[in-house]
Design a protein around this ligand. Structure first.
Ligand code: HEM
Length: 513
């Protein structure tokens, strides 16, 4: 294939310098230079060429053609298992524009996210997109600014504060139960991802700013609408958005009326307006009672380390990062419960005595069920809400002792690493909570094989929050309903660009106990 392309290039050269007008000629020269510099040269000169790569590369499409049609992560897993490698594999994207490496072992991943974490940053494209939606909150800052923000935000996510939030999670679990009961048809069937998403948005509102948006009862809420327009962007529209922004400069790309560009810019500006109004409202009501409020923004305000603008950035960040992630995980939980009646029964049996001992739910009660803990870990392992993340090298570095130059895109395939049979054994794909109760796991051996919240200084700050929230919601729902799949609901296809949910929703059938 490369030979035929070179021949084509020769013919093009000949055409260029023989018979065309000046303007056409200039245009053709620019296009030619682009073709050579972006497509042909990288093919022969990329420093990544010596690294092992899957054999099925296409000259123009690279390895991207293998990814299409497969659920996120699966192709990385195939390559990890089939391509002999020492910790990294070279992945070639469309037209070489997306050329990257992906890590293949927990140790290689740790070099990227922990040992040399600050040799990397999030890729420019992802940061541009995130800064439109989230501003410059914790998710989207780099280097010293990240270190400073992380230090200032961490106390608000301490175990003590998060445990205080459990009654909020529990009460919302009950309200979600009421909505499920009301929305279920006569045969007990209903689509659950939408009410779940509204419940987790309400929770993040109460926990972050002390305000229950009550979108569970009022789905017309402006905030809920903006988030669902963002999270419902189709993968193909997002891909077009990425490609356009990768090829063209930002000032030009933003004028191209792609569906994703329009949705993102409208939702982003509306979200900032709503969030800054929320903050103003909070500050007006805060002066008297602030010392007694235990929501995250109240705690951050008390530190005196944040201005109004930086608080708005953090609020935007927590609302987005802490809402769709837990909602997608709970949706997969209901799929697992509906398809594993034995697990569902065991979980309910174990929870029932705990739930009746006290009308007030506490973190200690939730912690006392080891099977719930194991169920949740297995759920998070097999259904990570973010199936992969990316970095770009800021300087020459090493991954698994392999030298990697500056400017290389590094993919961390969370989903694939979580399912590695080299760590989890031949039943790695099986949903088996018991594995978390076995001595080898309790001893912490495969800690690095569980990457759902990542590791290192950029690991998820909301991990404890998410775990208690999910435990409380699961306990509330299991105490009230029996779940099975609704008629016609097949195996869900994972889909989504930001977080991964069942494509087209999930229909379950509930029976009230
Ligand atoms: C099941 C639920 C969740 C999952 C699977 C999850 C996953 C992740 C992952 C993989 C990252 C690292 C992303 C990267 O650096 O590329 C991350 C970062 C982050 N998450 Fe979560 N998350 C969850 C829930 C939450 C919640 C509930 C909150 C807040 C209330 C939250 C707030 C954040 C923040 C602020 C960061 C950025 C941390 C930093 O860069 O220092 N997340 N999350």
């Amino acid at each position: 294939m490369p030979v035929s392309v070179l021949l084509l290039a020769r013919q093009y050269e000949f055409f260029l310098f023989s018979n065309s007008h000046l303007v056409t000629k200039t245009f053709l020269i620019v296009a030619y230079a682009f073709l050579i510099s972006k497509l042909v040269l990288p093919y022969f000169t990329s420093p990544l060429r010596p690294l092992p790569a899957p054999q099925t590369s296409h000259f123009f499409l690279g390895h991207s053609q293998e990814i299409e049609g497969l659920p996120p992560g699966q192709v990385f897993r195939k390559w990890i298992e089939q391509v002999p490698n020492q910790g990294v594999i070279h992945y070639k994207g469309y037209l070489h524009l997306g050329s990257a490496i992906h890590v293949t072992t927990p140790e290689a991943m740790m070099d990227v996210v922990s040992t040399h974490a600050y040799h990397y940053e999030k890729p420019g494209m992802a940061r541009k997109l995130l800064s439109m939606i989230l501003g410059n909150g914790l998710v989207n800052v780099e280097g010293d600014e990240h270190k400073k923000q992380r230090k200032n935000v961490t106390p608000a996510f301490s175990g003590r504060h998060i445990k205080d939030l459990v009654p909020i999670f529990w009460a919302k679990g009950h309200q979600l139960g009421d909505v499920i009961s009301r929305e279920a048809r006569k045969d007990g069937s209903l689509e659950v991802t939408a009410p779940i998403s509204r419940a987790t948005l309400d929770i993040i509102g109460s926990a972050c700013i002390g305000k229950d948006f009550n979108t569970l009862e009022n789905s017309d809420n402006a905030l809920a609408k903006q988030y669902s327009s963002l999270f419902d962007i189709k993968s193909i529209d997002m891909l077009l958005y990425y490609l356009t922004n990768e090829i063209l400069p930002y000032w030009l790309a933003k004028w191209i009326p792609l569906r994703a560009t329009v949705t993102i810019s409208q939702a982003a500006s509306r979200l900032r307006e709503i969030t800054s109004d929320l903050l103003t409202e909070k500050q007006q009501g805060m002066n008297d009672g602030i010392r007694h409020q235990n929501d995250i923004i109240a705690i951050l305000t008390r530190t005196g380390n944040f201005t109004d603008d930086t608080l708005t950035d953090q609020l935007l960040t927590f609302l987005a990062a802490g809402h769709e992630t837990t909602s997608s995980t709970l949706s997969w939980a209901l799929y697992i419960l509906a398809t594993h009646p034995d697990i569902q029964i065991r979980l309910r049996n174990e929870l029932q005595p705990l739930l009746h001992t006290d009308s007030v739910m506490t973190a200690d009660i939730l912690d006392s069920s080891s099977y719930l803990q194991a169920f949740l870990s297995e759920l998070l392992r097999l259904y990570p809400a973010a199936p992969l993340t990316t970095r770009v090298t800021l300087r020459p570095t090493t991954i698994a002792n392999i030298p990697i130059p500056t400017g290389v895109l590094v993919i961390i395939p969370i989903w694939a690493l979580n399912r590695a049979s080299s760590t989890w054994g031949p039943d790695a794909d099986l949903f088996r909570p018991e594995r978390w109760m076995e001595d080898s796991v309790k001893g912490g051996a495969p800690a690095l094989a569980f990457n759902t919240f990542l590791h290192g200084p950029r690991s998820c700050i909301g991990q404890g929050f998410a775990r208690y929230e999910l435990k409380a919601l699961l306990a509330a729902l299991l105490a009230r309903f029996e779940f099975e799949l609704a008629q016609g609901q097949g195996e869900p296809v994972p889909d989504g660009m930001f977080t991964v949910k069942p494509r087209g929703g999930l229909r379950v059938k509930v029976r009230e106990l």
